[in-house]
Write a protein that binds this ligand. Structure first.
Ligand SMILES: *Cc1c(COP(=O)(O)O)cnc(C)c1O
Length: 388
């Protein structure tokens, strides 16, 4: 007779069969391509900072890959979100609908515009905004005044919504866009985690008015730090380029700035790394898909837990592999985290519910959100593209 195994032990055994016996981080980048070559080339050119060849090349590669008409590279995903919100017209005292389950940057970017994040619930299957509940909620909590959506309780304008494609799994954008249209909301897609993810054949971040990518060190490709705006709107693109480069008017020598701008451009040196990383994106995506398949095989027979899997009409980049504990097994989360971390496998819970986070506790939110419970049932597994 074998001894009864705990859920944590079963998961650890499964992980060992894939990851081996050495310690493994949650997510590490890999630089096995032309990174050093391009960085050296960039250094030799001495054009490390301002607009340069690698920035334009990186932007064209992203445009080609995602199908976006315009791509503006910037210094971080957070900066991209900030600018995206400004450019759709989010201003002081507006409310912006934000999923309760996201990285804090999504809410911070709203606060940078002196606007107020208003938290909405997520669904359990892919952790994206729960659209049917959103629709009911807006019907009950808002009114339309001359094509403007107004929060009845606060009297403030609800200007925009930020769907976030969690861990690389696209939100159900068709229904979300329908609700956004109905309630006159601008759509800024937080696709920070979703480079390489597609919804019905279209790249994440190209479905709303403007989308945002991140190239932080833990994302599917990295530039060290960096981000990008994606849009098909030429005017928005031109404005984005302008205000992320200190709003300086082109001139051979004069410094003339026509508004308060930002120093948000992506340095050429970082873009050099980005170009090399883009060359490897298809390989990273293949590897992550195989890693998902390997995890899925060992997790499937374990009762009480499942792995988040792409939906039928989407292709996920499988950026971070994510376990969801069944409700009855929620109390096992911490023992799974400690057992796996003790064994040298870095696993992590998802973020704190944003509506419960200190900076945003006073912000408006839907009542009875299942996200608050869901965050306690999520565990991210080691997901680097070279694993498995
Ligand atoms: C990483 C991330 C960001 C921010 O990107 P940075 O490049 O780190 O500023 C925003 N939103 C989500 C959901 C993210 O995961």
């Amino acid at each position: 007779m074998t001894k009864e195994c705990t859920l944590a032990e079963k998961i650890l055994t499964g992980m060992r069969s894939i990851l081996g016996d050495d310690s493994v981080n949650l997510h590490e980048p890999s630089f096995l391509g032309n990174e050093s070559r391009y960085v050296e080339e960039c250094l030799r050119s001495t054009n490390v900072a301002s607009e340069g060849q690698f920035v334009s090349q990186f932007e064209s590669m992203l445009a080609e890959y995602t199908g976006a008409q315009h791509v503006i590279a910037v210094s971080s995903g957070t900066a991209a979100l900030h600018v995206a919100l400004l450019l759709v017209g989010v201003s002081r005292d507006d409310e912006v609908l934000v999923p309760d389950l996201s990285f804090i940057a999504t809410a911070n970017s709203v606060a940078y515009c002196s606007a107020i994040p208003h938290f909405v619930d997520v669904e359990e299957e892919h952790c994206g905004i729960r659209v049917p509940k959103l629709q009911e909620y807006l019907e009950s909590c808002s009114t339309q005044e001359d094509g403007v959506c107004v929060n009845r309780q606060t009297g403030r304008r609800i200007k925009a919504i930020i769907p976030m494609h969690a861990f690389g799994h696209p939100v159900d954008m068709d229904s979300l866009l329908e609700v956004a249209e109905k309630f006159s909301l601008d759509v800024v897609e937080d696709a920070a985690e979703a480079l390489g993810s597609f919804y019905k054949g279209r790249h994440a971040g190209t479905l709303g008015h403007v989308g945002v990518l991140s190239f932080n060190g833990n994302k599917i490709i990295t530039t060290g730090g960096g981000g990008a705006l994606l849009t098909d709107d030429p005017e928005l693109a031109a404005n984005a380029r302008h205000i992320t480069r200190t709003a300086k008017l082109p001139h051979r020598w004069e410094y003339i700035h026509d508004q308060v701008g930002y120093n948000y451009r992506l340095p050429n040196l970082n873009a050099a790394i980005g170009v090399a990383q883009m060359e490897k994106l298809p390989l990273f995506l293949d590897r992550k898909r195989s890693l998902f398949a390997a995890y899925a095989k060992v997790i499937a027979p374990i009762q009480g837990v499942k792995l988040i899997c792409e939906s039928q009409d989407c292709r996920s980049n499988y950026w971070l592999q994510t376990l969801i504990l069944d409700q009855d097994f929620q109390h096992e989360r911490d023992s799974i985290l400690s057992t796996t971390n003790d064994a040298g496998f870095v696993t992590r819970p998802a973020w704190q519910s944003l509506s419960r986070s200190k900076p945003f506790r006073a912000s408006p939110s839907m009542k009875d959100m299942q996200s608050v419970d869901l965050v306690n049932r999520l565990i991210n597994l080691p997901s680097s593209s070279f694993l498995g």
